[in-house]
Every structure is written in C-alpha cells, then in structure tokens.
Design a protein around this ligand. Structure first.
Ligand code: RBZ
Ligand code: NIO
Length: 333
C-alpha cells in the first residue's frame, strides 16, 4: 500500500517531493490504514486520568486534588483539550483510572478506577503486577472501542498531578539515564523544586530501577494513566489505528509500549516537542522527529490535537489533487 501511495504522489500536479513531510505522512497513513485513500477525519481523543502517591514528596507545583477537579472540567467542557476537541469535531472520552478524591458519577466520565491512586514510588512500587495489567487492559479496551467506532486516528491524553515525576522515573529506567538529565519543571517547579524532584526520582530508581523489564518498570514506577496509555497504543496498533502521540508523558508511555512490542513503532506519529526537557531524549530513543515545536507543555493530548489538521490536510491533498494526466498538465520537458 505504501508503494501505491508513493506512486500516486509521483503523478499529482506538483513538483515531486514539493509537499515535503505531508507526502510522507499520507504515504505512511495509507500503509497504516491499508487504504488507497487514507482518512483521519474520525478522530478520538481519550484522556486517562490517575493520581500519584509520589505527590506526598512535594514534587508538583499543584495539589493532588487538581487531578479529579480537572476530570470534572474535562466533562464540563472547560479544559484546553475540551476546547480543542470541539474545534476539531473530535470525540473526547475521559477515563478515570484511579484518583484519590472520590468522585460522584459524572456524565461523560468512564469510571475504571483501579485504586485511589498509586503508591509513593520513593517508598514502594507504584502498583502490583495485577494492577499494572489491569491498567494496560483499560487502554486495550479504549482502543477496541475506537476500532468499533470506526476511528481513523487515535490521540491519547493524560491528567495526573505528579505524573511528570513518574514518567521521568520510567524514562530514566528505560533509557538508563541519570534523572538529572531528564527531570524538568512539569507544572512549573522552581529550579530548587526541580533539584528536589530529581532526588525523589533518584530514590525511586535506587529502590526499583535495576530491573529493566518494561512491565516491571511500569508497575514499579509508572502510573495507572501512563500504563493505560501504553495499553491503548498497543491496542490501536493491533486494530491498525494510527496514533498521534502527544508530549512528554504520552511519549514515555509509547517508549515503554515499544519496549514491550517494537512493532508498535510503525503506528506512531509524533505531534510536537514538549517544553518538558526530558522529551527530546525520549523522542530520540524512539527515532521520532515531531511535526511541531510550539513550547507547549500542558499534556492532556493538547499538542497532538493541534497537529491533527496537518494529518488531515496531508490526506486531503493525497486523495483529492489532480494528476498530471487528468488535469492535462505537462510534466516532461
Ligand atoms: C490545572 C492543570 C491542568 C493540567 N492539564 C494537564 N496538566 C499536566 O500537568 C500534570 C503534570 O505535571 P506535574 O508532574 O508537575 O504535576 C499532569 O496532570 C499533566 O497532564 C495539568 C496541570 C494543571 C495544574
Ligand atoms: O509534555 C507533557 O506531556 C507535559 C509536560 C508538562 C506537564 N504535563 C505534561
């Protein structure tokens, strides 16, 4: 299918290669979807929310209660990703994978709580192996629902105060990197705060970071929402749904998922380079060259949402441009 898409690109009314990466995007999407005319109009954004016990170490600029409060905000339509989903006409699914604050049943929020947040990774494994598998399954089910709904492009997002700490710990373990090289301000820590956060991550790695098995790393250092994202990406690949990867957190989930199954990499597009400093190392390890760099560092899938129209434009051009023959445009001198 990639060969056919490449042949089509060669006869469209433009100098060969002049649409640059948009041509390669269309060719890749055509191969991923196994369709002559790739179509990413049906977009689903799934936000996985979960709390992190490591918040007890004072590693975020915001209180833990914000996770559940933002879940309510997603449901009410007031979050950045809510606005972007409406702007794109995309489905928005919100899944609570486990928050500390008990929440009343909110319309539009799927309750898949595994527990009241993870344990504090500086002191204990984030979760049991059983909980880790349950988290992966949450994502696998989300991907299956997307496939059932005929979704053409999947965007994963996350909400979890403290999750840059968890994600940085996962990335440090998987990349065998010093946490000082990857730790950043997240929601806005001061330089002193970042140093403290680095030490917390170092303690977590000393405790659990020796075994590099990806499932062990996800269970001991990950989060319910991060692990659900890893499962969702793997599920999307199984259903041949292309994925547009958001920022630092989702990229770390993608890295772990690619360690579990390297063939996943072929289904991933990378939307942007987040302002979170560790993102570049994670992107490098995934051999990913993101489409955009807008100094965004929000999460929620917001950076991916911003890049969706680029993929849609690439498909439109591929599917709708005239060929030299059909338009009667000369192409040999
Ligand atoms: C109001 C608000 C909305 C957010 N939406 C995403 N995040 C982002 O910030 C959090 C990670 O940063 P840290 O590790 O520093 O806590 C995650 O919830 C992430 O999705 C938010 C954070 C806040 C405060
Ligand atoms: O890039 C991200 O995913 C990110 C960065 C900072 C805070 N939350 C998320």
């Amino acid at each position: 299918m990639a060969e056919r898409a490449r042949a089509r690109q060669a006869v469209l009314t433009k100098p060969p290669g002049s649409l640059g990466r948009l041509e390669r995007l269309a060719i890749t999407l055509s191969a991923q979807q196994q369709r002559e005319q790739p179509d990413v109009d049906a977009v689903r954004i799934v936000i996985f929310a979960g709390d992190h016990g490591v918040c007890a170490e004072n590693i975020s600029a915001f209180p833990q209660a914000v996770t559940a409060q933002m879940v309510a905000n997603f449901a009410a339509g007031g979050a950045a990703i809510s606005v972007l989903a409406r702007h794109l006409g995309a489905d928005l699914e919100v899944i609570n994978t486990g928050t500390v604050t008990a929440q009343p049943l909110l319309p539009g929020v799927l309750d898949e709580r595994i527990g009241a947040g993870t344990a504090n990774i500086a002191q204990a494994p984030a979760m049991t192996r059983t909980q880790c598998e349950a988290a992966l399954e949450i994502g696998v089910r989300a991907a299956a629902r997307a496939a059932q709904a005929g979704i053409g492009l999947f965007v994963g997002g996350e909400m979890g105060i403290g999750n840059t700490t968890s994600a940085t710990a996962v990335a440090s373990a998987l990349l065998d990197s010093d946490p000082a090289a990857l730790t950043g301000p997240g929601t806005g820590l001061s330089p002193t705060g970042v140093m403290h956060k680095t030490e917390v991550i170092r303690r977590a790695l000393q405790r659990h970071g020796q075994d590099k098995d990806p499932l062990h790393v996800l269970a001991s250092l990950g989060g319910f929402e991060i692990n659900a994202l890893a499962g969702a990406l793997l599920g999307c690949a199984q259903h041949r749904i292309p994925v547009l990867v958001d920022g630092f957190i989702v990229s770390v989930a993608a890295l772990a998922a690619c360690r579990l199954q390297p063939a996943l990499r072929d289904w991933l597009h990378f939307a942007h380079r987040s302002g979170e400093p560790g993102h570049s190392a994670v992107l490098g390890a995934l051999d990913a060259d993101p489409l955009l760099e807008l100094d965004m560092r929000l999460g929620e899938g917001s950076g991916a949402a911003i890049a969706v129209p680029l993929l849609q434009a690439a498909c439109r051009l591929h599917n709708q441009m005239a060929s030299f023959d059909s338009a009667g445009v000369s192409h040999d001198s």
